[in-house]
Each structure stands twice: as structure tokens, then as C-alpha cells.
Design a protein around this ligand. Structure first.
Ligand code: SR1
Ligand code: MG
Length: 399
């Protein structure tokens, strides 16, 4: 049994040679650590021609962006690999392929996506991928339907819920989404100029009640195997292609959490666009984001409903009308969770480049305020936003 050690570039090459599944593994000669996320080491493995061929990813025993003072379970590598393997089964076009993983070393070898780009960077640069939103809706529908009670046998579902118990990673989400922004906490991170806006979050009892209800759902609703962190930095895109990566927050939770995170990141980009493009050009780009939100939800809902009509195994859940009633609840959850993503990315530990890279202080602060105001409104009025058209109208109202 292999014992955990942190990989060097040389270790990563040797590992890729052994487990990369290439016909000529000795071709792999070099590695570069390229991880820019908050948590892990990511090595690109190159061949003799300098072409990147495969990825080796290893979990560190702590939170990378904070340091060794914040220890973190290595079991997240197993959870990530197994979530991606499960999702690949149902959405192979839109899930990165895992070739091999080792729970002791907390390491996995996966498909190289160098011909793709991280969606967040493309959204910031306003490079438009017309099929991305529909593909993301398709990925979410396939993975969430096939891991839900609509599809899985009740015994299989319960076994999977147990397999994907992910308490430490869930605790990060529980704290960062639902606690920190609504209290004074050392992890919070926002400019002093926003102190009054953030204090208002702490004092808003109606808002905190709605956040409590969302957190309760995150704790208790084992509806499907979520990706758990499906923001635009966890998504690679290329012309006509979209692939989800980075599923270490995977667990059985409320379906609306994944939908809300995805929509929330399009809205964070929407809020930040004037800071990158100027107010005039941002207007056209913003329409594209709203269009993407519309496409994402309508694709997800139509596909989920079609799958439910065709493949629901449970006799009670197959009752005509039930799937669409369930989707209406998912929608309300999604709006609420979307609001919490907007707020925690503006006030909490982990921000997004869509707003943080805006150089002009005043503009950046205005974009942060916009995200907070919109997030707050969505959390409180989620139950009254009964369609994606209504959501888009509300977003325009808070612009
Ligand atoms: C301590 S981890 C901070 C954030 O990074 C991840 O990508 C998740 O979004 C998490 O909330
Ligand atoms: Mg991640």
C-alpha cells in the first residue's frame, strides 16, 4: 500500500508513466506544477516534444490558499475521483475522464484538457461560447437525474449516499456560504469601504432566516450526487465542448445548490463586466450572460423532465406532474443558493477574478456592492421568482 508523500515534479512524471495508460509511457519526460486553485497540486505532464499529455492532481493535507494552519482531509481526492467517475458514466461528453486514482497518495491521473480554456477567464475576456450554457444544463440534468431517487434503486441510492459522505468539505461550504458573511469572522475579506454594506448583512434578520433555511437544506436534502462546486473556474470550454472538473466538494445534497452555483457565477461575471469592458460594451456582454442563464435553466429543466418521463423507476415518483412540481422546488432553492454564492464571493474568504481583478478601486467596489445587493434580494424573494424570465427581470431591476 502506498504511503502519502507530497509529489515533486519528478514523482508526478514517474506516476504518469506508470498509471497514465499511454502506449509509450517513456515519452513522458517533464512536469510543471500549474495549480492555481485554492486546494491542490496540479501537474501537467509533457512528452519529449513539449506537448502536455496528461494531468496528475494531488490533494495536499491542508488548504493551499491558506497554508498548513488549515489542515484538510486527503479523502477529498477519493471523493473527487469517485464523483467524476460517477458523473462520467452519465455525462461522458461533459465530464473530465479519470484514468486512475490512489486514495492513499490522494492522487489522480486525468485527461489533459490543454485544448480547452477555463470558462471564467473566457467570460472575463468576453469570449463567447454559444453552446456552453446548454451543455452545462445537459451535464447537470444527466448527472443529477441519474444519481437521484427518480432513477436509482433505493438500496443503491442509500449505499451511494454513504459512499459520498463528505463532512469536511461540506463544512467548508457550510461555513463560507452560510455563516461567515453574516457574522464578524477573521476569514472574511472585503474592502473597508464596504463595511456599512457588510454590517447590513449581519443586521438583516429576514435575510438571515432565509439563509438558515438554505443551510438547513444543504445539511439535510440528499437529493442527488452534486458536483458541489460548479463555478466557472471548475469548467473547461472549447469550441463546441464543455467539461466539468474539480469535484472534491461532491456529496448527496440539494440539486438547487449546483444549479444556483452555476447561475451565481454567471451573475458574478455580469456584475463585474463594467469593470473590464466599460459600461457601454458591458451592456451587450451582459445580455449574453442573461441569455446563458435562460438557456442553462431551460435546458436543465427540459432534459431532467424528459429523463424523468422516460426513466423514473420509482412508482410513486413516476406520477405524472410530480417531476415538474419537484423542479419548481429545485428552482426556488437554486435562486436562494445563487444569492448566497453572490454574497460569499464578495464578502467571504474566496473571491472571483471576475470582480477582484478590476483595477479601479471605485469601480471594483461598485461591482462588489452590486453583487451583494443582488444576492441579498435573490435570497429574500426566491419564493416569488417563479420563472427564469422573472429572474432575468429582477436582475435587470437591480442593475
Ligand atoms: C477553502 S476553499 C475555498 C473555496 O475554494 C473552492 O473552490 C470552493 O469554492 C471553496 O468554497
Ligand atoms: Mg475547485
Amino acid at each position: 500500500m502506498s504511503q502519502y508523500r507530497t509529489f515533486t515534479a519528478r514523482d508526478a512524471v514517474a506516476y504518469a508513466q506508470q498509471f497514465g495508460g499511454l502506449d509509450t509511457p517513456s515519452e513522458l519526460v517533464d512536469a510543471q506544477e500549474v495549480g492555481d486553485g485554492n486546494l491542490n497540486l496540479v501537474f501537467k505532464i509533457f512528452d519529449r516534444q513539449g506537448v502536455s499529455r496528461i494531468i496528475v492532481k494531488q490533494a495536499l493535507p491542508y488548504v493551499r490558499c491558506v497554508g498548513e494552519s488549515w489542515p484538510l482531509t486527503l479523502d477529498r481526492a477519493r471523493l473527487e475521483a469517485q464523483t467524476l467517475v460517477e458523473h462520467y458514466q452519465y455525462s461522458p461528453q461533459h465530464t473530465v475522464k479519470i484514468h486512475h486514482f490512489d486514495p492513499q497518495l490522494a492522487v489522480m491521473v486525468m485527461e489533459d484538457l490543454s485544448d480547452h480554456k477555463i470558462w471564467r477567464g473566457e467570460l472575463i475576456n468576453n469570449v463567447y461560447y454559444p453552446q456552453a450554457a446548454a451543455q452545462l444544463g445537459e451535464y447537470l440534468a444527466q448527472t443529477l437525474f441519474h444519481t437521484s431517487d427518480f432513477y436509482l434503486h433505493p438500496h443503491a441510492k442509500k449505499a451511494q449516499v454513504a459512499q459520498f459522505i463528505n463532512p469536511e468539505m461540506c463544512e467548508i461550504t457550510e461555513d463560507l456560504f452560510f455563516n461567515d458573511p453574516y457574522q464578524i469572522h477573521e476569514r472574511n475579506n472585503y474592502p473597508a469601504e464596504l463595511e456599512a454594506d457588510v454590517a447590513a448583512l449581519r443586521e438583516d434578520a429576514q435575510l438571515k432566516l432565509a439563509v438558515a433555511s438554505l443551510k438547513h437544506r444543504f445539511f439535510s436534502q440528499a437529493e442527488a450526487l452534486l458536483h458541489g462546486d460548479i463555478h466557472s473556474g471548475s469548467i473547461f470550454v472549447a469550441e463546441g465542448s464543455l467539461k466539468a472538473i474539480d469535484a472534491e466538494f461532491g456529496y448527496f445534497g440539494p440539486i438547487g445548490f449546483d444549479i444556483g452555483t452555476a447561475i451565481g457565477n454567471l451573475l458574478l461575471n455580469y456584475c463585474g463586466l463594467p469593470g473590464h469592458l466599460g459600461i457601454r460594451d458591458a451592456a451587450a456582454a451582459r445580455e449574453l450572460r442573461l441569455n446563458d442563464i435562460h438557456t442553462l435553466w431551460t435546458t436543465f429543466a427540459a432534459r431532467f423532465q424528459a429523463l424523468a418521463a422516460e426513466k423514473t423507476r420509482d412508482a410513486a415518483l413516476a406520477q405524472p406532474g410530480y417531476a415538474s412540481a419537484f423542479l419548481q422546488k429545485v428552482w426556488v432553492d437554486a435562486i436562494g443558493f445563487c444569492g448566497t454564492e453572490l454574497i460569499r464571493r464578495s464578502v467571504g474568504l474566496s473571491h472571483v477574478a471576475d470582480i477582484d481583478t478590476i483595477a479601479d478601486d471605485e469601480m471594483r467596489h461598485a461591482c462588489l456592492r452590486h453583487a451583494i445587493t443582488l444576492g441579498k434580494a435573490l435570497i429574500v424573494i426566491a419564493g416569488r421568482i417563479d420563472s427564469v424570465g422573472e429572474l432575468i427581470a429582477r436582475v435587470r431591476q437591480y442593475s
